[in-house]
Design a protein around this ligand. Sequence first.
Ligand code: UDP
Length: 326
Amino acid sequence: GCATVLVTGGAGYIGAHACKLLKEAGHRPVVFDNFRTGWREAVRFGPLTEGDLLDPAAVRSAFDRFRPDAVMHFAALSDVGESMERPELYWRNNVVGSMNLLDAMTATGVGRLVFSSTCATYGEARGELTESHPQNPINAYGRSKLAVERMIGDYAALGIETVSFRYFNVAGADPAAEIGEHHEPETHLVPLLLDAIAGDRPEIVINGDDYETPDGTCIRDYLHVTDLAGAHVLGLRHLLDGGGSLTLNLGTGRGFSVREVIEAAERTTGRTAPVRVGPRRPGDTPRLVCSGAAAHAALGWRPVRSTMTEMIADAWAWRATGRFNA
Ligand code: UDP
């Protein structure tokens, strides 16, 4: 049946898309967000309970008030560069915040969790990643998320079943352009590129073109945000049906270089991007691709909107709406 789902980070980019799909699937998403990186305009699909995961009383009162059947946990700091300069923020927010969430779940008897993890928990990788790849994260962000994965694993003894998803790059927007991507400051390739194409930024800087890849620029696996959010709804369904804990990668298995993303954006928008080649960005690896095969086998998930053209077109259409008019 239908579930009340507490969605931490439900005012953020991915969380808001999950809320929309939860509502469309007949569930009731309750957003829990501190609005550090989320947007009030993105809370449109269910009630809001404003609070911080670092405040155990606020977390507990959200559970007492809304009596959720399950939790989707997106709330986290996720900027890799910032995590190396301010590791304490990442360890506290991501690890202590998740612990407060798990404690509220066990205290109130909520035993189903869908956790938004990351392929950054793997660290250096060559070739297509599978779930059994060793986890040796190379930055504080990845290490904090791996710590949460381990903690969640141990809380299984307290009755918490979890579907964890690991994924790389997310792009695109709600096809109806009701919600989309908006970060301040923006660091991600697709929104920066579309800004440059629209003339809102002087140029897009390619972070190095001397990598060991066919065109010298880094290759990444990009997933449409609605495909990603859809996987989370399927993970919830799996838990509600008693399927038990799973850890799954989400990807297309298809990589795009930075130059290929730029070309796709130029083709899709019909405009030219002002491009400059800059230095490498510390921490970038040449090629990161992961397969969705295990997620397909376990949940029947497959990406249906993750062509580069659709991701660019949806992000471009969302951009034209004025992005929460910010
Ligand atoms: N990138 C780039 N110029 C930019 C932003 C990103 O060349 O202005 C590159 C970045 O180095 C990486 C890819 O685009 O190879 C995707 O970067 P993004 O920050 O979007 O996601 P990440 O892969 O870091 O999670």
